[in-house]
Write a protein that binds this ligand. Structure first.
Ligand code: NDP
Length: 292
């Protein structure tokens, strides 16, 4: 009887963060300025506030300066454009992160395209997205969640050359860049989305399944090839009176039914989430190095 290894994203993220903290310390001891990360959050979306707070708290722990910009829901496009311009030219700021989603009246992809690509620690600027999609070129930054996903896969399978990967979800921040990153690493990649026909069948041929949809319990054990690696990116809030927050978090997989079939699976929480923040810290450190 086999049971899947539960990939401890929290522990792996802690080792990455320890490495970044040591590198930051060495850097500042040598007289260089600390890396700086600016976060921009517009409006009152509660999960976004939690995400940004986690990011700024982690910065502080690692010796990275954080510049937190919390703006009201009715902030105009023009105010944001000016803020991005200021952050681009501020030498203390090496990384700029605009927390998504933005309120309806703002046009996110236009705003993201105004970030200096060398400060685009989320790897979402069209220049970085374009460079990621082209095998011969190196982006300034690889988006944090995809980078964290690859790191976790490598902890189980150091070489994914020739493996079949199925990515469910094609968003600009998770699904699509994850597919491109796996392809750059020589996996054979299939991208699935809401219009895909017979998802379970496609899933069953995968050695690596990445689920980034936002639908709890979607991927079942019966969809999984025995011995596959399953990465669950989803973060779903389930109402729960027994939890002091009034909800608990769950992913996009039917975790229990996958355990007896897969080789390894990430839990939610404690899988991809902590890795996303660790990779953001690493990207911010790398950004600072390039400005020295
Ligand atoms: P989006 O809503 O932008 O994208 C969801 C994708 O899933 C879309 O491509 C959509 O297809 C596809 N999809 C929706 N329904 C189905 C279905 N029934 N079958 C197959 N595909 C479907 O979400 P994100 O990519 O931003 O995030 C995905 C999940 O990951 C969310 O739960 C989010 O909270 C979480 N997340 C977690 C992070 C972490 O650090 N752990 C970081 C970022 C996100 P279509 O394109 O056709 O609409």
């Amino acid at each position: 009887f086999m049971t899947a290894e539960i990939i401890d994203g929290k522990r792996i993220a802690n080792t990455v963060k320890d490495e970044v903290a040591a590198a930051v310390l060495q850097r500042t001891a040598a007289g260089f300025p600390p890396p700086g990360l600016a976060t921009v959050l517009v409006g009152n979306d509660p999960p976004s506030h939690i995400h940004v707070r986690n990011k700024t708290k982690t910065c502080e722990k690692l010796g990275i300066r954080s510049f937190s910009h919390l703006l009201p829901e009715d902030t105009t496009q023009e105010v944001l454009e000016n803020l991005i311009g200021q952050l681009n030219s501020n030498p203390d700021v090496h990384g700029i992160l605009i927390q998504l989603p933005l309120p309806e009246h703002l046009e996110p992809y236009h705003l993201l395209s105004l970030i200096d690509p060398r400060k685009d620690v989320d790897g979402i600027h069209p220049v970085n997205a374009g460079l990621l999609s082209r095998k011969e070129s190196t982006p300034w930054f690889i988006p944090c969640t995809p980078a964290g996903i690859l790191y976790l896969i490598h902890s189980i399978e150091p070489d994914i050359t020739g493996l079949e990967a199925v990515v469910i979800g094609r968003s600009a921040i998770v699904g699509m860049p994850t597919a491109q990153l796996l392809c750059r690493n020589n996996a054979t990649v299939t991208i699935c989305h809401s219009k895909t026909v017979d998802l379970p069948k496609i899933c069953r041929r995968a050695d690596i399944v990445i689920v980034a949809v936002g639908q709890q319990n979607m991927v079942k054990g019966s969809w999984i090839k025995p011995g596959a690696i399953v990465i669950d990116v989803g973060i779903n809030h389930v109402p729960d009176n027994s939890d002091p927050r009034g909800y608990h978090l769950t992913g996009d997989t039917d975790f229990e039914s996958i355990l007896p079939i897969a080789k390894a699976i990430t839990p939610v929480p404690g899988g991809v989430g902590p890795m996303t923040i660790a990779m953001l810290m690493q990207n911010t450190y790398n950004a600072a190095l390039r400005f020295d």
